[in-house]
Design a protein around this ligand. Structure first.
Ligand code: PHE
Length: 344
């Protein structure tokens, strides 16, 4: 066989042998069979000495090409082997980061949060928008703009915690009414859930930190019957039955007339217990028609615009629904208590 033929044979053979390599180590060994010191190509090149100068030139050039081609082929096979190796490794190590392990325990929504979401859904279905406001409020938003002047005695009903710069922890979500009046153009219907704070003597039905959902409607020709109807829809949706309510006069400087909407105590069915202070009724929904001063201060004509507002106590609502007889359970961080609601 001529040297040239031998070279072509080596090239052909090398490709077959190299591509049969199973690992990178294999590949290195196979490579040495052809272009290593003791490789076949090297051996053939040694025979070049017997050739004429002309032949040396052409055969030598071809030999170089072949050497390069084998080298390139080795690189190609090496890359394929690497890729295959990582594919196998990745498959072996594949795991779903989102898949829960058996031991993992999930948290759940707090019953107050759950009821808040439900109430939100009910109001959204009636065309209300949801608003938010900060827990640290200005005196203006929490009191002043709601018709509590600086020396108003009604401020005493809602003492709270003050910051050194003169702001306060909001005592009610009604502060968001003021924000709504400032940024929305009537007519509008909003609700605003949130945490509120009072300097309060804590007992079975009072906490210093609790949750409310504020509601405010501003439109033309709004009356108490709109208010009562809306509240009844809400309560029958929440309790999935007709709820017995009563309306008493209630005083809040920012509504006129103002009411306390009570529901018959669902813990004792009206018989009297610690939650209803043995009266059979629970104060659930202070409400009323928006005071003309509030509407006027916000820059609207109270003859043209009227509205109703309410402040629903979410903790009380949870207590009524599940028959919980002490508000302190709700924010005690007691997991045994909270876990009961995980699957409801
Ligand atoms: N903000 C009042 C409170 O927390 C409740 C209320 C809201 C009353 C809206 C009337 C209208 O005591």
């Amino acid at each position: 066989m001529s040297i040239t033929n031998e070279l072509e044979e080596i090239l052909k053979e090398s490709k077959e042998v190299l591509s049969s390599s199973k690992t990178e180590q294999d590949l290195d060994t196979n490579k040495n069979l052809f272009i290593g010191k003791k490789g076949k190509l090297t051996a053939v090149l040694k025979g070049l000495a017997t050739l004429s100068v002309e032949e040396k030139k052409t055969v030598g050039a071809r030999a170089n090409e072949i050497s390069k081609e084998i080298e390139n082929f080795v690189t190609e096979v090496k890359q394929n082997l690497k890729k295959a190796f990582y594919e196998v490794e990745l498959k072996k190590q594949k795991f779903d980061v989102l898949k829960p392990t058996k031991e993992q325990e999930f948290g759940s929504l707090h019953p107050v949060t759950k009821i808040q979401y439900e109430v939100e859904d009910i109001f959204v279905s009636m065309g209300f928008e949801i608003m938010d406001g900060p827990e640290v409020e200005t005196d203006f938003n929490n009191f002043e703009a709601l018709n509590f002047s600086a020396d108003h005695p009604a401020r005493d009903m809602q003492d709270t915690f003050y910051t050194e710069d003169g702001n306060l922890l909001r005592t009610h979500t009604s502060a968001i009414q003021v924000r709504a009046l400032k940024i929305l153009k009537p007519p509008f219907k909003i609700i605003a859930p949130g945490r509120v704070f009072r300097y309060e003597e804590v007992d079975a039905s009072h906490e210093n930190t609790f949750y409310q959902i504020e509601g405010m409607v501003l439109d033309k020709k709004v009356s108490t019957s709109n208010l009562i109807y809306t509240m009844k829809v809400l309560l029958s949706e929440i309790f999935k039955k007709e709820v017995t309510v009563r309306l008493r006069p209630g005083y809040f400087p920012f509504v006129e007339p103002g009411f306390e909407l009570d529901i018959q105590c669902m813990v004792c069915n009206g018989k009297g217990c610690a939650v209803c202070k043995h009266s059979g009724w629970v104060e659930l929904l202070p409400c009323g028609l928006v005071h003309p001063n509030v509407i006027r201060d916000a820059g609207h004509d109270p003859k043209e615009w009227q509205g109703f507002a309410f402040g629903l106590g979410l903790d009380r609502l949870v207590m009524m629904r599940y028959g919980i007889n002490d508000i302190r359970y709700l924010h005690s961080g007691n997991l045994r208590f909270l876990k009961q609601f995980a699957k409801i």
